[in-house]
Ligand binder design. Structure first.
Ligand code: GLN
Length: 483
């Protein structure tokens, strides 16, 4: 059962081939068996089994929702009422929220069963899931080599890839859905900024953060996207525009579509297998009747520096709320100031502190114009370049990452090398456009590689349409068993 895609599971549940309780038990057993991967921070077995039982009743009465009885993993930055939500930080290690995020509420309304909260980099800052207060996550591929699953949504990616849930949620501020999806050989979809509500997603960098999904197939990602999309009056940046039936675009012909190959994504030091995979992907789309066009996004080379000014600036402001007074972790101190200092010193890890320092620096009176304002201006230029390119092409095809997954034991030690992991993903966040990583092949060391599609704002259906053609042509050898 656990190998099945979400759509296959749905079909089997509705035909009563197996029950949601049986399936939920099966995933819970696997989560326990593969605890060493550390994919989950909190497992909610009792709640999950109760929810599964309810779902089985609904299926029996023909009142099933779109995701009735389907067991999911939820990234631990989505606020879940009554279920501990940590954002991978000591600061929230004891936080039990009194309300529910909009995305998780929509999933619950559709009948989904939550297995637990998945591991992640602290406050979603990282590319390897190594900054989590709750420990590192191991990629289910080649477990002995201890590969990173990518980050920051490393737990969700590992859980989907290792069949520890049917699908999962993630968040993507600079690549945290697409990059781990590429490293683990699954589909990762970051919707347009504004497509899904950010209400109840623990804020990292608010103008870039976007919730999205991890799935085994492009079609699965379409079903989930439909469930989580839509206007929400609780989020002033959520867009009030209709939500298409994304699933109906899976498998449609792409004949006559124009696909752009942005030359700036051929970055220095990119792994040769990835360049080959990119060509393979373009060929698959060409064979399916699309026209391949060379395009340029000249300012996208500034995306990474722009990101690493805007992201820390916004994160430093968002993290100001963790002061030991309102909720979460508190350290003792003789005076109020000492209590604040000790709380923030002990509650945050090094990467988070580094971003707070950079963020407060670029926002400080003397440097605001030189860094932050400048970054906002370059961001606008990048945004316009995307709009111009999308006058000529339907979508863009590029690699998701410059390399395949590396071992936990030789992770880059210096932060800037680590930040280079995001060089191909941050651009979509800077421009706010939707992006999807689709697994394409294995590299020479048998590690997964992904290709990234980007589409105009609010045209996720193009990602689904083109992504499903890419998926069919690639016939990627998904992970069968964890060894
Ligand atoms: N790796 C990037 C960072 O550390 C992106 C994180 C994200 O998308 N949440 O900021």
């Amino acid at each position: 059962m656990y190998h099945l895609s979400l759509c296959e599971i749905k079909d089997n549940l509705l035909k009563k081939k197996f029950s949601s309780v049986e399936l939920t038990k099966c995933f819970l057993e696997r989560i326990e068996k593969y605890k060493n991967l550390n994919a989950y921070i909190t497992v909610c077995s009792d709640q999950a089994l109760q929810a599964a039982k309810k779902s089985d009743e609904k299926i029996a009465n023909n009142t099933a929702g779109d995701l009735e009885g389907i067991p999911l993993g939820i990234k631990d930055m989505f606020i879940t009422k009554g279920i501990r939500t940590t954002s991978g930080s000591r600061m929230l290690s004891n936080f039990i929220p009194p309300y529910e995020s909009t995305i998780t509420q929509k999933l619950l309304d559709a009948g989904a069963v939550f297995l637990g909260k998945t591991n992640m980099d602290e406050f979603a800052m990282g590319s390897t899931n190594s900054t989590s207060y709750f420990g590192k996550v191991i990629n289910p591929w080649k477990v002995k080599e201890r590969l990173v699953p990518g980050g920051s949504s490393g737990g969700s990616a590992a859980a989907v890839c290792g069949h520890l849930c049917a699908a999962a949620t993630g968040s993507d501020t600079g690549g945290s859905i697409r990059q781990p999806a590429a490293f683990t050989g699954i589909v990762g979809l970051k919707p347009t900024y504004g497509r899904c509500s950010r209400y109840g997603m623990i804020a990292m960098a608010s103008s870039l953060d976007q919730g999205g999904v991890f799935a085994k197939t492009v079609r699965d990602s379409a079903v989930l996207l439909k469930a989580i999309s839509g206007y929400d009056e609780k989020d002033s940046t959520s867009a009030n525009i209709p939500v298409p039936d994304f699933e109906s675009f899976a498998g449609r012909s792409i004949k006559g579509m124009k696909i752009g190959i942005p030359k700036e994504f051929l970055v220095d030091g990119i792994q040769q297998d990835i360049v080959d995979a990119w060509k393979k992907g373009a060929q698959i789309l060409k064979d399916a009747g699309a026209e391949i066009v060379d395009v340029s996004l000249p300012s996208s080379k500034y995306s990474l520096p722009v990101y690493y000014i805007i992201q820390p600036a916004e994160a430093s402001a968002n993290l100001a709320r963790y002061d030991g007074v309102r909720y979460g972790f508190r350290a003792e101190g003789k005076t109020l100031n000492e209590m604040y200092e000790n709380t923030r010193d002990q509650g945050f890890g090094n990467e988070v502190k580094r971003r707070i320092l950079i963020g407060t620096y670029v926002l400080s009176a003397g440097y605001f114009d030189a860094y932050y304002m400048k970054a906002l201006k370059v961001r606008k230029i990048i945004y316009h370049e995307f709009n111009d390119v999308f006058q000529k092409v339907d979508a863009l095809l590029a690699p998701t990452t410059p390399s395949s997954a590396f071992s936990l034991d030789n992770e880059p030690k210096d932060p800037v090398t680590m930040y280079l992991n995001d060089i191909l993903t941050v651009t979509a966040n800077i421009a706010g456009v939707p992006g999807m990583s689709v697994p394409i092949c294995l590299d020479k060391d048998q590690k997964p590689l992904g290709l990234q599609l980007m589409a105009p704002h609010f045209m996720e259906e193009k990602l689904i349409q083109i992504g499903s053609v890419l998926e069919a042509g690639a016939s990627f050898p998904s992970l069968k068993e964890i060894d």
